[in-house]
Write a protein that binds this ligand. Structure first.
Ligand code: NAD
Length: 485
């Protein structure tokens, strides 16, 4: 068992309190490691170290920054096996999904390494007497608060564009799962990232997290997590007029039109619903099926759910354990609520390997067909392996149901008639809409973020550059009245 302290100015150290938090393997509840219980003092030291380092980093040639980011990507690739094993045990994720996360982590650094020397401004025509242009400048120190479900991916999703654009990072990982992030710190050091540009202060949300959100030295807060905490972080940040980038929850629909190719759609809809046991913000956790094919869709979903496997992440099942006892309780309460709301409930899945069902936090994949669209299970984010299904009759119905939650993160549309799919895509209030696919590999290239309470600002793709920079307009008056020698 290992202890993971605070990583400040390139050095590992215990928290000022010298207190530690145990991290458990969700498959058997054994203690995996201890992380430091960071406090406001540690956050303050990390911010100061980041401020000093950022001043120099912002003046480095963009191509130098790019080279270091490429090095980081390469070392992540070299250590992908180790990183995915850590993520698999710590978060309870099936190994194949943890490997995909390690690949995504490398892709973020590759992608933003490529972008670092292509961050362009505009030239604005004010007539012959002026030269006017814009430059995109770094904000300074970014404070990044990361959840437990995708520590590796989400940390790298924020660190890579922040560094590429000349910012520094103080990152607060989640207290339930975060171990892969400490390996990323070591990798950054090995790759030649100057000390102080990446600082990590683990700890509880209400302590280290709240201290980071309220620190006046933070110039951008990047928060990924629940709507409730995101709202609190935004309120705190408002006191310092610190801009926030919020990536929050989702209740994303997969809409199956009557002419959909079910042989293609159903396996991908199942894949979209249950990644990391449904503990995925962008999971396709709702199916909206045209009433003419509703029974067929239910039958096919039930068959597929029946074949899903559960087990320890290392045994590479379809579903690993959920992250904690309280998360398991919350999901089971929602399934009970569905039954009280008169939904039809189908549960599937079979155990493989040596999964310990008495101590592991396992929840079987479940399909819930509520009697009404007003059922809470059909509207609220459950964040577990629970897929809800509602029927619709017309395209207008599909549009209304798709938009009938407080979230707007992702939507999928399945059907051969692209005219209908396009009609819906135009009307759905979500940051990403996929037609006859879902997630497209989670690509680093595609802008990701929410409408409504799913948040605002964009991560990934070129649009993230807008989130991590601020525009300066420079206007130069040219005196050309006397240009003769
Ligand atoms: P959470 O909001 O409980 O915690 C997220 C992070 O915030 C953790 O690091 C936590 O320690 C910290 N935190 C808690 N209280 C805080 C406070 N008062 N001040 C500052 N920080 C605080 O969320 P969670 O349970 O870890 O994650 C699940 C939620 O995250 C779900 O709603 C899910 O949809 C969402 N999520 C969104 C995305 C996305 O990109 N949109 C990705 C993953 C998860």
């Amino acid at each position: 068992m290992k202890d993971f302290g605070c990583y400040i100015e390139g050095t590992w150290r215990p928290a000022e309190t010298n207190e530690w938090i145990d991290l458990h393997d969700p498959a058997d509840q054994k203690v995996l490691a201890r992380i430091a219980r960071g406090s406001a003092k540690d956050i303050d030291q990390a911010v100061v170290s980041a401020q000093v380092a950022q001043q120099k980093w912002a003046t480095r040639l963009p191509s130098d920054r790019a080279r270091i980011l490429y090095n980081i990507a390469q070392i992540i690739r070299d250590k992908a096996e180790e990183l995915s094993m850590i993520e698999c045990r710590d978060a309870g994720k099936p190994l194949v999904q943890a490997k995909a996360d390690a690949n995504a982590a490398a892709r973020f650094f590759e992608y933003y390494a490529g972008v670092a020397d292509k961050i362009l401004g505009n030239s604005i025509p004010l007539g012959p007497d002026y030269v006017d242009f814009t430059v995109r400048e770094p904000l300074g120190v970014t404070g990044q608060i990361v959840p437990w479900n995708y520590p590796l991916q989400i940390a790298c999703r924020g660190i890579a564009p922040a560094l590429a654009t000349g910012n520094a990072v103080v990152l607060k990982p989640a207290e339930l799962a975060c171990l892969s992030i400490f390996t990323i710190a070591d990798i950054c050091q090995e790759a030649g990232l100057p000390n102080g540009l990446l600082n990590i202060v683990p700890g509880f949300g209400h302590e280290a997290g709240a201290a980071l959100a309220s620190h006046p030295g933070i110039n951008l807060l990047v928060f990924t997590g629940s709507v409730e905490t995101g709202t609190a972080v935004m309120q705190t940040a408002a006191k310092n007029v610190t801009p926030v980038l919020l990536e929050l929850g989702g209740k994303s629909p997969n809409i199956i039109l009557p002419d959909a190719e079910l042989d293609t759609a159903i396996p991908l809809i199942i894949k979209a619903a249950f990644p990391h046991s449904g503990q995925t913000c962008s999971a396709g956790s709702r199916v909206l099926a045209h009433s003419s094919i509703k029974e067929t869709v239910i039958e096919r979903l039930r068959d597929s759910i029946g074949q899903l496997t559960l087990g320890r992440g290392l045994d590479d099942p379809d579903l690993g354990p959920v992250v904690s006892a309280s998360q398991r309780q919350r999901i089971e309460d929602y399934i009970k609520l569905g039954q009280q709301e008169e939904a039809d409930v189908y549960t599937g899945g079979r155990f493989i390997g040596d999964a310990d069902q008495s101590t592991g936090h396992f929840v079987k994949p479940t399909l819930v067909c509520p009697a009404s669209s007003s059922a809470r299970v059909a509207r609220e984010e459950i964040f577990g392996p629970v897929l809800t299904l509602l029927p619709f009759d017309t395209l207008e119905d599909a549009e209304r149901l798709a938009n009938d939650t407080e979230y707007g993160l992702v939507a999928g549309i399945w059907g051969r008639d692209i005219g209908r799919a396009h009609w819906l895509a135009n009307r759905i209030k979500a940051g990403q809409v996929f037609v006859n696919c879902y997630g497209a590999g989670g690509g680093a290239e595609i802008p990701f973020g929410g409408y409504k309470k799913s948040g605002f600002g964009r991560e990934k793709g070129m649009d993230a550059i807008l989130s991590y920079t601020q525009i300066k307009n420079v206007c130069i008056r040219i005196d050309a009245s006397n240009v003769n020698f």
